[in-house]
Design a protein around this ligand. Sequence first.
Ligand code: KPL
Length: 294
Amino acid sequence: MAVVGPGALGRVFAACLSDVGPTALVARSPGRAAALARGFELVHPSGRTRRVRVPAFGPEEAPPARWAIVLVKGPDTEAAARVAARVATEGVLSLQNGWVRERLLAAASGRVPADQGATTAAATREAERTVWVAAGETWLPPAFAPLAARLTAAGLPAEATPDVAARRLEKLAVNLVVNPLTAVLDVPNGGLLEPELWPTVRDLAAEMHPVLAARGPLPDPETLLVRIRRVLAATAANTSSMRADVRAGRPTEIEELTGALLAWARADGRALPRHEALYRMVRALEQVHRGKPL
Ligand code: KPL
């Protein structure tokens, strides 16, 4: 097994998978791999902390593996997918945020089956500690059934299902509301449950609903709001990945999230003024904080 992308969630997946079989963590460079190979601290959702050591490699040194899971940030999709497709003999699964499916498929260029699943597992990094916030569930396309079994055995409940398109779209819907809004307001996820912010969550969800519903199966607007509320409650203390990126002066996944939504809306001839405004605010924040962490 190979996990490409040693961010918070990549570390969680690599740590769990290495408990049940040989697992390699693939980093952006040999230098980063060497630092990772020295080990990292993982805080389990139960609060238990353990030190994890997983063999780590730079992109050129990664050994062959049956499956590769891509867990990099959106802008790094192509580079990671190329590495994953080179090392994997059975398939490449992306569990990234945002809509990266077509880019993943193009970069993997048919060498092995590749597809995007969805996960509600959540994790965050606090200095060198990786905090696994929500155990979550993971959905994979049916062709990835053996990988689903391996993930479940590793303590990451996963299901291979023909329903994966619906799960992917719902996860995208959650991220489209939660990530940019928490980044712009600089609040933890649970902050959006405050009575003065909840109407904004509702308006953003309502505005994007017809555009997403035209792309695949999506719960009705009220059910979608219930699901968003559930994620916010389960990850209330969490800093969303986009808020963390903005605060650290890193590029965000706004293009893979709101950028994709706005492109679909344009194709449908629809205006999404609320999402458009959020998009511009996140882009501006990226410029302000680039290379200047808060
Ligand atoms: O996926 C997430 C992210 O931060 O990217 C959520 C579900 C919002 C958890 O923080």
